[in-house]
Design a protein around this ligand. Structure first.
Ligand code: ARG
Length: 568
C-alpha cells in the first residue's frame, strides 16, 4: 500500500531541505476530512526559518512538485492541508484488504525486537480481583498487538506466590483445615482461614511466633511447608485458569516471585559491590531520596527479601533470558513508586544498557462497581469469575427474550458478554478510574463491545443478502466517491497507523475508539446508501466496502481480545 504520509513528507522535504522522517513525525490527520486527509503544521519551521508559518506554508505550496496521488493543497492558517486523490486511495485500500485479508494492518515494524509484556500477576490464595481483571485484559491486548506488528513478544504472569503471609496460612491450615471445604472453593476458604489466623495472631504471641517459624521453614525448603505451599499454589492456579479460559487469555511464561529465591542473594551482592547498599536499623536499603524516589528497601532487618528485591531478581533473569528491548509492567498506578524504585535500582544490575532503558510501567486506573461494595478486608469481594459469568447470563437472558431459537446461543452469549466486559475495560484511556455499570457495559447502541459486534453481524447479513460476493477486480471505485464511503475508506487506510499509535503509547483504548468510529461510520454509510441495488456495479462496490469494514472490525476486535459472534 502506498504510504501517503511518507510520500507527502518527501515532497515537503525537497522544498524545505529537511529530513523527511522528521517532517513525517509532524504530519497530522485533521479532525475532519473537510480539512484534507493530511495536514502539515508550519509552526516549528517558522521558528527555525524566522518567517511566519503562513508564509512558509505558501512557499511550500508554490514550490512543491505534485503528482497524481495528491489532488490539491490548501494553505489554512499556518497549516498546509493535503487532499489525496480519493480514487487512488480507494483502490489502494480495497486491494490491500483483498490480498491481506485478516492480516491487513499487520506489519514487520517490530522485527528484530523483543518485548516482554508482564500482566495479570495475581497473588495465590488471595482473590483475583477486578484490578487483576484489568491488567489481564490490557496486557493480553498489548501482547496481541505487538505480535501483530512483528515483535518477538513474550507474555509473562509474575505470580505473587511468596511472602510472610504463607507462614500464617500454613499455621491456619494446620489448625483448622478440616473445618473448611478447600477443594471445592479454595481461594474463598483459604481467605477465611487467613483472616481467622490474622485475628488470632493479634492476641496470641505464641501463634504469631509459630507463623514466623513456618515461613522460615518454607524458606529453608522444609518438606511439609513446601508441600502445603505447592497445594495453595496449585488450587489457586486452577481457579485463575478458569478466568483465563473465559477470557481466552494465555501466557508464554507463568513464573512466580518464589522462583527467584536462588538469585535474590546475588542481587544483594551486586548492589553491595556497587556501593549503593546502606544499613538502616538492621535493614538494607538503597537511598533514592536525591532522585526524588524515596528509600528502596532491599532486605528487612531479619534478612528476608521484600517485593522489590524479587522484582530486581526478575529484571535480571528476564534480561539474561530474553535480552529484551522492552519490558512492560501492566500494573495499577498505585504501584508507581515501587516501579520507579525498581527501575532506578536496576541501573546498578549486571544487565545490558538497553534492558535498563527498556523497563516501563504501564499504569491503569481503578475500577469501582456502581453498587459500591468491594472491600477486601471484610473478605467481601466481587468474584471476577462470577462477574464474567453474570455478563454471559445477562446476555443469554436478552437472547432468550428476543430470539429464543438462535443457533448456538450459549456460545454467542459468551462472546457477547465477555466482549462487553473486555471492551468496557479498554474503551477509555487506561489510566482513568472507571465505574463498572452493567447497563452501560451491555448497551447494544452505546459505545460498547456489543455495538461493534452488532455492526459486524449486520455486515455479515448484508453480504449474505447480496448473494454474490464480487472480486476486487470487479469493483469500480467511482461508485464509492460519496461522503460516507470516503470517510470509511479513509479510516480503513488508517488502521495500521492506529496500531502503531497503540504501541507507541501502550494505549489499547486508541484501537477501541477507532473501532467505535469505524462502526459509526459504517452505520452512517448504511443509512445513506442502498446496498442491495438494481445497479449491480453499485451493489458490488458497496458490498465489497462492507466486507472490508467487517474484516477490519474483526481483526481489530480480536486484537483487543474480543471474539465476533455469528448472530445477534
Ligand atoms: N502480585 C501483585 C499484586 O497483585 C502484582 C505484581 C505486579 N508485578 C510486579 N512485577 N511487581 O498486586
Amino acid at each position: 500500500m502506498i504510504d501517503f504520509k511518507e510520500l507527502i513528507s518527501k515532497k515537503i522535504s525537497e522544498v524545505v531541505k529537511l529530513d523527511w522522517k522528521e517532517i513525517k513525525q509532524n504530519i497530522e490527520i485533521p479532525p475532519n476530512t473537510n480539512m484534507g486527509d493530511y495536514a502539515f503544521p508550519c509552526f516549528n519551521l517558522a521558528k527555525v526559518l524566522r518567517k511566519s508559518p503562513q508564509a512558509i506554508a505558501q512557499q511550500i505550496k508554490e514550490n512543491i512538485q505534485l503528482d497524481e496521488n495528491i489532488k490539491k493543497i490548501d494553505v489554512v492558517g499556518g497549516y498546509l492541508n493535503f487532499y489525496l486523490n480519493t480514487s487512488i486511495l480507494a483502490k489502494e485500500v480495497l486491494k490491500a484488504i483483498s490480498t491481506e485479508g485478516e492480516n491487513y494492518g499487520s506489519s514487520n515494524s517490530g522485527n528484530g525486537k523483543t518485548i516482554l509484556v508482564e500482566y495479570s500477576s495475581p497473588n495465590i490464595a488471595k482473590p483475583f480481583h477486578i484490578g487483576h481483571l484489568r491488567t489481564t485484559i490490557i496486557g493480553a491486548s498489548l501482547y496481541k498487538i505487538y505480535k501483530f506488528l512483528g515483535y518477538n513478544t513474550v507474555g509473562i504472569n509474575h505470580l505473587g506466590d511468596y511472602g510472610t503471609q504463607f507462614g500464617k496460612l500454613i499455621e491456619g491450615y494446620k489448625l483448622w483445615a478440616t473445618e473448611y471445604n478447600i477443594d471445592e472453593n479454595p481461594i474463598e476458604e483459604l481467605m477465611k482461614i487467613y483472616i481467622r489466623i490474622n485475628e488470632l495472631c493479634k492476641t496470641d504471641e505464641k501463634v504469631l511466633e509459630a507463623c514466623r517459624q513456618n515461613f522460615k521453614l518454607l524458606e529453608e525448603d522444609d518438606e511439609y511447608c513446601v508441600e502445603l505451599w505447592k497445594k495453595f499454589r496449585e488450587v489457586s492456579l486452577k481457579e485463575f485458569n478458569r478466568i483465563y479460559d473465559l477470557l481466552g487469555v494465555k501466557f508464554d511464561s507463568i513464573k512466580g516471585e518464589a522462583s527467584y529465591s536462588n538469585s535474590w542473594g546475588e542481587v544483594v551482592e551486586i548492589l553491595d559491590k556497587a556501593g549503593v547498599l546502606k544499613e538502616s536499623e538492621g535493614a538494607k536499603i538503597v537511598d533514592l531520596e536525591e532522585q526524588g524516589k524515596g528509600i528502596c528497601m532491599i532486605t528487612k532487618s531479619n534478612g528476608s527479601t521484600i517485593y522489590a528485591t524479587r522484582d530486581l531478581a526478575a529484571v535480571r533473569y528476564r534480561a539474561k533470558t530474553y535480552n529484551f528491548d522492552k519490558c512492560l509492567y501492566v500494573v495499577a498506578y498505585e504501584q508507581a513508586l515501587h516501579f520507579k524504585q525498581v527501575f532506578e535500582v536496576s541501573k546498578y544490575l549486571d544487565i545490558p544498557e538497553k534492558c535498563k532503558n527498556g523497563l516501563e510501567h504501564v499504569q491503569y486506573g481503578m475500577v469501582r462497581l456502581s453498587s459500591g461494595k468491594m472491600s477486601t478486608r471484610e473478605g467481601n469481594v466481587i468474584k471476577v469469575e462470577d462477574l464474567l459469568n453474570e455478563a454471559i447470563s445477562r446476555v443469554l437472558e436478552i437472547i432468550n427474550s428476543k430470539e429464543p431459537n438462535m443457533k448456538n446461543k450459549e456460545e454467542e452469549a459468551k462472546k457477547i458478554g465477555i466482549g462487553a466486559v473486555i471492551f468496557n475495560n479498554l474503551s477509555t484511556t487506561i489510566i482513568k478510574d472507571q465505574i463498572f455499570d452493567w447497563t452501560q457495559v451491555l448497551n447494544f447502541n452505546g459505545e460498547t463491545g456489543p455495538y461493534i459486534q452488532y455492526i459486524y453481524v449486520r455486515i455479515k447479513s448484508v453480504l449474505e443478502k447480496a448473494g454474490y460476493f464480487p472480486k476486487y477486480e470487479e469493483i469500480d471505485v467511482s461508485n464509492l466517491m460519496d461522503k460516507e464511503s470516503l470517510i470509511i475508506i479513509n479510516k480503513l487506510y488508517q488502521f495500521k497507523e492506529i496500531l502503531e499509535q497503540v504501541t507507541m503509547k501502550n494505549e489499547p483504548s486508541i484501537l477501541a475508539r477507532y473501532l467505535i468510529d469505524l462502526s459509526q461510520s459504517y452505520s452512517n454509510f448504511y443509512n445513506e446508501n442502498k446496498i442491495i441495488d438494481t445497479d449491480k456495479s453499485i451493489q458490488n462496490s458497496r458490498v465489497y466496502l462492507s466486507y472490508c469494514v467487517g474484516n477490519v472490525l474483526k481483526t481489530g476486535a480480536n486484537l483487543l481480545g474480543i471474539d465476533m459472534p455469528n448472530r445477534m
